[in-house]
Design a binder for this molecule. Structure first.
Ligand code: ZN
Length: 286
C-alpha cells in the first residue's frame, strides 16, 4: 500500500462509518405521525416509512422499520387515535430488515394476516436467509414470519371499502412491491402511490448475479413501469426518497397537496436510470 492509498482508505473508513451511523440514527429516530391523504397515514420512524391505511373493518399496516421500532409504530398508531389491535393486514414494500424486522412481533401482537409478493415470501419466511444479496450476512437477518397470502402483480387487496392494487417492482429485491390505493377524504379522493423506489445497492451487479441472473432486466422493467404510473400523490419506502421532511414539518395541518411532486418523482426515476446505465457500462468494461 502506498502512503496515499493508506490515507485514502482511512478517509474512506471514516466517511463510510459516519454515513452509516447517520442513516441508522434516522432509521430509529421518532417523527410525528400524520394523515397523508384520506385514510392513509404515516406511522413510521424519521426515515423508515410505515403506512397505516384505515378502514371500517380494521387497518392495514405497510412496513415496520427495525425490530426495535415496533413500540414506536404502535404508539404512532395510537397517537393518531387508532387501535393497534385493529391491525388486520400486514404488507411490505421489500423484504429487507429495515422494512420488515418487526413484522413477526406485530403479527403476534395483533393477529394480523401477512401478505407478501411470491418472490419475497420465502425471504420473509426464512428471516432473510434466501436474500440474493445479504443472505449470508447475519447482520441483515430478521425474525422469520409466516406469510398468510402470497401476492402477485396486479392483485387486489380488499378490506372494508378500500381496494389496494399490488404492483410488482422487482430489482432491489426479487419481490419488491409498490401499492396504489384510492384514499377519499371529506372533499375528494386521492390516488396514492406508495412506491418502492428501485434503488441500486453498491453490491448489486446489474449484469447479473449468481442468485439473481435477471436482476438487470428486472430493474429495467421496474423503471419502465414506474414511468407509466398515474397518481395524485406519491410516497416511498424511505422518507428521504420522497423528501418527506422538506415537504412537511411537525405540526403542519392536513394537506395532501404537498405530496403531489411529479417533478421529484420523475427526477428520482431519472437518477436511478442514470445510475443503472453507468453501472452497466462500468461492469461490461471490466
Ligand atoms: Zn432495501
Amino acid at each position: 500500500m502506498t502512503r496515499l492509498s493508506v490515507l485514502l482508505s482511512i478517509i474512506f473508513f471514516f466517511v463510510c462509518t459516519k454515513s452509516h451511523a447517520q442513516s441508522n440514527s434516522e432509521w430509529t429516530k421518532p417523527t410525528e405521525p400524520f394523515r397523508i391523504a384520506g385514510n392513509v397515514y404515516y406511522v413510521g420512524t424519521y426515515d423508515l416509512a410505515c403506512y397505516l391505511i384505515t378502514t371500517d373493518e380494521g387497518n392495514i399496516l405497510i412496513n415496520t422499520g427495525l425490530a426495535e421500532s415496533a413500540d414506536m409504530i404502535r404508539k404512532n398508531i395510537e397517537r393518531l387515535g387508532f387501535r393497534y389491535s385493529d391491525t388486520r393486514m400486514l404488507l411490505n414494500t421489500q423484504a429487507h430488515f429495515d422494512h420488515v424486522a418487526a413484522m413477526a412481533r406485530i403479527k403476534k401482537e395483533t393477529g394480523a394476516k401477512l401478505m407478501a409478493h411470491e418472490a419475497d415470501a420465502p425471504v420473509m419466511e426464512d428471516g432473510g436467509k434466501s436474500d440474493f444479496l445479504f443472505g449470508a450476512d447475519k447482520s441483515f437477518a430478521f425474525e422469520p414470519v409466516s406469510v398468510d397470502r402470497v401476492l402477485h402483480d396486479r392483485d387486489t387487496i380488499t378490506l372494508g371499502k378500500t381496494k389496494i392494487t399490488v404492483l410488482h417492482h422487482p430489482g432491489h429485491t426479487k419481490g419488491s412491491t409498490s401499492f396504489m390505493v384510492d384514499a377519499p377524504d371529506e372533499k375528494r379522493s386521492w390516488r396514492v402511490l406508495i412506491v418502492n423506489m428501485p434503488s441500486i445497492l453498491p453490491q448489486t451487479r446489474i449484469s447479473g448475479m449468481p442468485k439473481y441472473p435477471g436482476v438487470g432486466k428486472d430493474y429495467a422493467y421496474t423503471l419502465e413501469q414506474l414511468k407509466s404510473l398515474k397518481f395524485d400523490i406519491w410516497v416511498a419506502s424511505h422518507a428521504s426518497q420522497f423528501q418527506l421532511h422538506d415537504k412537511r414539518k411537525p405540526g403542519d395541518l392536513y394537506n395532501p397537496e404537498v405530496f403531489r411532486d411529479n417533478t421529484g418523482y420523475e427526477a428520482s426515476i431519472n437518477t436511478i436510470r442514470k445510475q443503472y446505465n453507468d453501472r452497466l457500462k462500468s461492469e461490461t468494461k471490466k
